[in-house]
Design a binder for this molecule. Structure first.
Ligand code: 5GP
Ligand code: MN
Length: 320
């Protein structure tokens, strides 16, 4: 695999962009690459676009440089989009469409072909961060880059627990740890720590969850009113679906939250038997075999009926 610097000229104007509602992997891979390109190409001009990164990511060096407004940003030589296809890059859409050269780095099976002129796509990579790290030359990596990349890997593997964790992942993580940063604190601060309100809404979502299909599926939903009551936003709901997934007997966990009138954001997790990426893709979303999502329209019951039809057919071996 060609290293990323082989695709970039010394004096290029470069934009890096992640996906909407950036998660740990997105922030880690984008910030890691941003700082790397600044180190490696001091004559280039490098910008990074990230939609309002959550406050927990304040510990990532340089996060304050991340731009959210692209209204007068045109004429980039290169636009690199990471951890997503071009359909979810929000403010960076125009940058991507007008850049002279586009590069896509992703690990989502639903984006297997890639959407750039140059594509680094590897669905076997645990995270976009692991993949980005493999495209770097060691001599330009420093401790801040290592910390950002390590955080991304930690988040997408659930602290090296999910089945996407491979020997390759741990080899990368071992090298990164060698740079010396407080990894224990990093994991606590960015991955485990929750505000009191986040824990309260988690508790409520678990309490109101419903099992169906003989306990092989579980679903929970949080509506707008409840989110307003607890004063929480979408980012505060991260992790609820993971708690539903670990219920004994559950093959597939579904979590929805209301994003507008008759509109829901759906998160799905599988314990292996259900390919949730294919369910999500069917409804216009995407993701991984065991973790995927989409946006759906209609009533809550319409959404559940439509999703569970696909899940049940898969569990019965009637659908891939
Ligand atoms: P989460 O449930 O944590 O929001 O997302 C799980 C996985 O599915 C992530 O890798 C995420 O990027 C992907 N995903 C979630 N929602 C969507 C969506 O609407 N479209 C696409 N393409 N991917 C999604
Ligand atoms: Mn990712």
């Amino acid at each position: 695999m060609k290293k990323i610097l082989e695709e970039i000229e010394r004096t290029d104007r470069i934009a890096i962009a992640g996906h909407e509602r950036p998660d740990g992997d997105c922030v880690g891979s984008c910030m890691g690459l941003y700082r790397y390109l600044k180190n490696a190409l001091p004559e280039a001009s490098v910008d990074v676009y990230l939609e309002k990164p959550a406050p927990v990511f304040a510990c990532i060096e340089g996060i304050e440089d991340a731009k959210t407004d692209s209204s007068d940003a045109k004429g980039y030589d290169i636009c690199i989009i990471i951890d997503t296809a071009a359909d979810r890059i929000g403010v960076a859409k125009e940058i991507f469409e007008t850049a002279k050269k586009t590069i896509n780095i992703d690990h989502h099976i639903s984006n297997a072909k890639g959407c750039g002129m140059v594509n680094y796509i590897d669905p076997l990579s645990s995270s976009a961060s692991e993949l980005v790290y493999e495209l770097m030359e060691e001599r330009y990596v420093d401790v801040d880059i290592a910390k950002a990349i390590y955080m991304g890997i930690v988040h997408d593997t659930g602290v090296f627990q999910y089945s996407n964790t491979t020997p390759r992942t741990l080899t990368a993580a071992a090298k990164l740890l060698g740079y010396g940063f407080d990894f224990s604190r990093l994991i606590d601060e960015t991955f485990y720590e929750k505000s009191y309100l986040q824990v309260q809404i988690l508790g409520r979502a678990l309490l109101e969850s419903i099992r169906f299909m003989d306990g092989r599926c579980v679903v929970s939903m949080v509506n707008r009113k409840t989110m307003d009551f607890y004063q929480v936003g979408p980012k505060d709901l991260d992790g609820i679906v993971n708690q539903l997934r670990i219920i004994k007997g559950v093959e597939c966990a579904i979590f929805l939250y209301e994003t507008g009138p008759q509109e829901y954001k759906v998160s799905m997790r599988s314990n292996g038997k259900v390919n949730v990426a294919s369910v999500a893709v069917y409804f216009g979303g995407g993701g991984h075999v065991r973790a995927a999502g989409c946006t759906m329209h209609g009533t809550y019951y319409d959404c559940i009926n439509n999703l569970s039809g696909h899940i049940e057919r898969q569990l019965n071996g009637e659908e891939e």
